[in-house]
Design a protein around this ligand. Sequence first.
Ligand SMILES: *Cc1c(COP(=O)(O)O)cnc(C)c1O
Length: 395
Amino acid sequence: MATQKKPGKWRARTHAVRGGQIRTPFQETSEALILTSGYAYNVPEEAEARFKGEAEGYTYSRFANPTVTMFEERMAALEGAPCARATASGMAAVTATFLSALNQGDHVVAAKVMFGACRYVIEEILPRFGISNTLVDGTDLDQWQDAITPATKMLFLETPANPTLAISDIKGVAEIADKAGARLVVDNAFASPALQRPMAFGAHIVVHSSTKYIDGQGRAMGGVILCREDFLKDHLQIFLRNTGPTISPFNAWLHLKSLETLEIRMRAHCENAGVVADFLAKQRSVLRVLYPFREDHPQHKLARAQMAGGGGIVTFEVAGGKQGAFAAEAALKLIDISNNLGDTKSLITHPATTTHQRLSPAARAELGVTDGMLRIAVGLEDSADLCEDLGQALT
Ligand SMILES: *Cc1c(COP(=O)(O)O)cnc(C)c1O
């Protein structure tokens, strides 16, 4: 097997199509799906050398697989990261990042507004192993700074955050992490590397749910951890090998091939989401629209400074609380009610009763997740059809 031509100074779109490609002796143009658990050796010495780490080569697909390697290398090239490891899901990536490196007595600071399962891991699972946390308003650098203790080892944020699309200042938080000798982990699922590269702003680790925009077609679960060499060598590699949150080569292959169209898709998602956001803002029953690139978004300047597009998600609030929101969802004829996002199909969800139902009403209020709030993951349909559907549902 031969790695394709040297990547050299390729630009992002070229990396997206060609980065990390490994060709088998058949010289296939499209990346091979190598569905195998094991690998054979010509002589026992070869197995010995590979297990000792003295010779390169695959040994077992829990450790590494050529199709998975291609996906990891392409992701690393797109994020500008030294190393990448793919996992079975986004939550496997988040959990492995924490558990591989944190010890009893360590402390995590995280932004309050985040994907529900990430918050569960931080608030419910980590404390069982003696890892404490402080949750802060992710948009307020003073709160990040004030939460730091001598035991702080990791800072975690999601930007734009689910579901309010709050934007955190990656560079500002990364500087606080550096001063504290801690690592900043950024969940980049909502933006994808096509719109935001957190490592360029100083983030130490990036995690992804590749289930979302990277797959982009709502088919397969996956996750990615992007990091520097020291984190991989000192913590992640051995943890992943022995705990086994391995991605299937099939899912890795889907996500690898999806990266080829990521930028084109993200541009279309952003364009559609911008049209939908502006349309919603004009509806009488809509109280508020949140979209990072609209001027009425509280951090829109910061969003424009660290993102290449506003993303595919639009959050809005309708009159009439939960009843008003449910009535609007039920009246939709095209947009599906679904808590997933990052699909070609437009999906709408009511965060208060789905992704954020575990939180108490007070905790939701603190995050700004109201009963009338709806989140649309704007797909790739014709935006005129989406606006028509929303228009009829909201009257
Ligand atoms: C979906 C999502 C996750 C979890 O990813 P899975 O692939 O569902 O495990 C984590 N963070 C964010 C921001 C997400 O949207």
